[in-house]
Design a protein around this ligand. Structure first.
Ligand code: OAD
Length: 275
């Protein structure tokens, strides 16, 4: 058996034996959907690094530039569909109670869960009949809703008051005056995402840490595992005696702690774990 096939067999066994499952995902899980990763070759936009644009300081200095970048990413992500990796995790969430904890702001985990619920095979056990195509993220049962550590690129929030809302329409970043403004107070709106130098929502982070702590298996998929605090979440599973299975074409700082490190693309490997 090849190294990868052997690893897949071991990972399948760990998955079958586990009672409480979590998955921590990063940009790599969406790479096969066409969403550029942050640290890959496509990570640069007009020669800016994400670390230069995704900061409160960059937005204060040049909100038009930052909105232009987010507008480009929203447009690009808006044309992407979930791939087999998102679909496999959505199945595990529905059938095995796996909780997805993601650093991604693209909404593709939700989209896969919604797609699965709306498919002809219908919702999970105990749910009533559903009309095909009638559901959206808000209809997902709590346990199937991914925890989005870094927010959502399709939500906005006010830079001055408490206003927050979903927003998917194109952003006009042609000038400072065309940028979206708060309907309540008129201040600038910003993407509802966590930027470098900002804290994560303590409720979301606390929930993610406690799920990881209580899990006996943590799948870590498509993350370079270098951005904190997200990179530490799988460590909570390890500290409580659980195991980590990593899926990533490249090694990461977490690889040496993983029980199994599957070197390959998430969309190809994850479906093999539940076939
Ligand atoms: P990165 O871009 O740092 O890492 C993506 C990881 O995915 C790398 O380890 C790749 O090897 C791996 N990868 C690429 N293609 C893959 C595939 N097809 N299947 C599986 N893995 C693949 O992205 P993140 O780790 O998500 O934060 O980055 C973490 C955070 O840094 C992001 O949430 C964002 C970013 O700056 C904020 O914006 C706050």
């Amino acid at each position: 058996m090849s190294g990868l096939a052997d690893g897949v067999t071991r990972a399948r066994r760990l998955l079958e034996e586990a009672d409480r499952l979590v998955a921590v995902t990063g940009a790599g899980v969406s790479a096969e959907s066409g969403v550029p990763t942050f640290r890959g070759e496509e990570g640069l936009w007009k020669s800016h690094r994400p670390e230069e644009l995704a900061t409160p300081g960059a937005f204060r200095r040049d909100p038009r530039l930052v909105w232009e970048w987010y507008g480009w990413r929203r447009e690009r992500i808006g044309g992407c569909d979930p791939n087999p990796a998102h679909r496999t995790l959505a199945r595990l969430a529905r059938d095995r109670g796996l909780r997805v904890i993601t650093q991604n702001v693209d909404g593709l985990h939700e989209a896969a869960a919604v797609e699965l619920r709306a498919s002809p095979e219908g919702g999970g056990p105990g749910d009533g009949p559903r009309e095909v195509g009638s559901s959206g993220p808000a209809d997902l049962p709590e346990r199937e809703r991914p925890l989005a550590l870094h927010g959502s690129i399709f939500h906005v929030r006010c830079t001055a008051c408490d206003y927050r809302a979903p927003r998917r329409d194109p952003i006009d970043a042609s000038s400072r005056d065309s940028l979206p403004a708060c309907p309540h107070c008129g201040a600038l709106l910003r993407p509802d995402v966590v930027w470098f130098g900002e804290s994560l929502d303590p409720n979301v982070l606390g929930r993610a840490s406690s799920l990881a702590h209580g899990a006996d298996l943590c799948l870590v998929v498509g993350t370079s595992a270098v951005v904190q605090p997200a990179a530490s979440i799988p460590l909570a599973t390890l500290r409580s005696g659980g195991r980590v299975v990593e899926v990533n074409p490249d090694a990461t700082p977490l690889s040496s702690s993983a029980e199994v490190a599957l070197r390959g693309r998430a969309g190809e490997i994850l479906p093999k774990l539940i076939e």
